[in-house]
Write a protein that binds this ligand. Structure first.
Ligand SMILES: Cc1ncc(C[n+]2csc(CCOP(=O)(O)OP(=O)(O)O)c2C)c(N)n1
Length: 335
């Protein structure tokens, strides 16, 4: 059954979106202050889609978020501390100070560590879903999140074909944010719509306005239900605009004014705020209070992580994370 976007669920969704947006803003500041040595990639403009994916998943599902999925990660159970520890290089972070970027995850909890190679995460989710099936589990689902740039890779086509043949309960979520780094969609694909790509593989496709929380929610809920009920992989294509650079090192000068002023250029946070006040009875004051308390909580988490320092080169075990010893340690330490 589809879960409704009601007063309770929209508050949850909005709070995850707000936390993700505020966390992104602080990460950008920390990056500019020289506190983060790795790259910082923000999800500004993609929170409505991302949170709808995260909230369509359940415990026991598989999730492979991409660089702009802070809201979905929070909804799937990631903590603000995990994100900050990873970016600031704390040894207590999920990747134990080895990343300093966005390639973090907790595979044992179903959240795959992000892979930079575009499209590669889809077959990882396929594999995890096939393993669950072989173990006799049921009712599970997986979501792999990609950008429109990844739809041009061989990895995308091979994985989508495999998922279709195996009838895997996969949500393949494409955030078409109009640019793959600086490459516009006209240089990325020649089909009319990205959902056309599903036809050749016999996959059901859904199109959604990625700026609108309600549309994202309803589309993801219905796609998730179909996947769980055995209807095979679902390709979801959301139209939106990345409201920032590719990363904080990129000023996005190539994004045209026309694009910014078009429908895809609308900020999903502002639209969600209007939805909360006009249709779900929340007051501006309430929303302002959440904003202030969220900011305070994030600042508190930053002060905790800053005190944790970096790994001590003399005592830290530099064995690969995949070793048994470190896997077991990481499970105990980084809770
Ligand atoms: C196979 C591969 N080719 C090139 C790159 C370099 N690269 C990293 S991010 C990126 C753009 C990604 O665009 P898109 O898939 O649309 O996702 P978005 O960043 O817009 O969310 C590119 C080309 C890569 N990581 N992997």
């Amino acid at each position: 059954m589809n879960q409704e976007l009601n007063r309770e669920t929209i508050e949850q969704a909005y709070r995850y979106m707000l936390t993700a947006r505020k966390l992104d803003e602080r990460l950008a500041q920390l990056y500019r202050a020289g506190d983060i040595f790795g790259g910082v990639f923000l999800g500004k403009g993609q929170e409505a889609l991302s949170v709808s994916v995260g909230m369509a998943l359940r415990k026991g599902d598989i999730y492979a978020p991409l660089i702009r999925d802070g809201a979905g990660r929070l909804a799937f159970g990631e903590t603000v501390l995990d994100a900050l520890r990873n970016c600031l290089g704390s040894p207590l972070g999920p990747m134990r100070a080895r990343d300093g970027n966005v390639h973090r995850g907790r595979p044992r909890e179903g959240c795959m560590a992000m892979i930079s190679h575009l499209g590669a995460s889809i077959s990882v989710v396929n594999g995890a879903l096939m393993a669950k099936r072989m173990k006799g589990e049921s009712g599970f689902m997986g979501a792999a999140c990609i950008g429109e740039g990844a739809t041009s890779t061989g990895a995308f086509h091979e994985a989508l074909n495999q998922a279709a043949i195996e009838k895997l309960p996969l949500l393949l979520v494409v955030a078409n944010n109009q640019y793959a780094y600086s490459t516009p969609t006209t240089m990325q694909f020649a089909c009319k719509k990205l959902t056309d790509k599903a036809v050749g593989y016999g996959v059901t496709a859904h199109e959604v306005d990625g700026t609108d929380l309600e549309s994202c929610w309803n589309t993801l809920q219905s796609a998730a239900r179909k996947a769980r009920e055995g209807e095979g992989p679902q390709l979801i294509v959301a139209e939106l605009l990345r409201l920032c650079g590719h990363g904080e090192h990129d000023d996005a000068h190539y994004v045209t004014d026309d694009m910014k002023q078009s429908n895809v250029g609308k900020d999903c946070m502002e639209l969600a705020r209007t939805l909360m006040t006009s249709q779900h009875g929340f007051s501006d004051q309430e929303l302002q209070e959440w904003e202030t308390s969220t900011q305070k909580d994030i600042n508190h988490s930053i002060s905790i992580v800053k005190q944790e320092g970096g790994p001590d080169p003399y005592t830290h075990s530099w064995n690969p994370l995949a070793t048994r010893e470190l896997n077991e340690q990481a499970n105990g330490i980084a809770k």
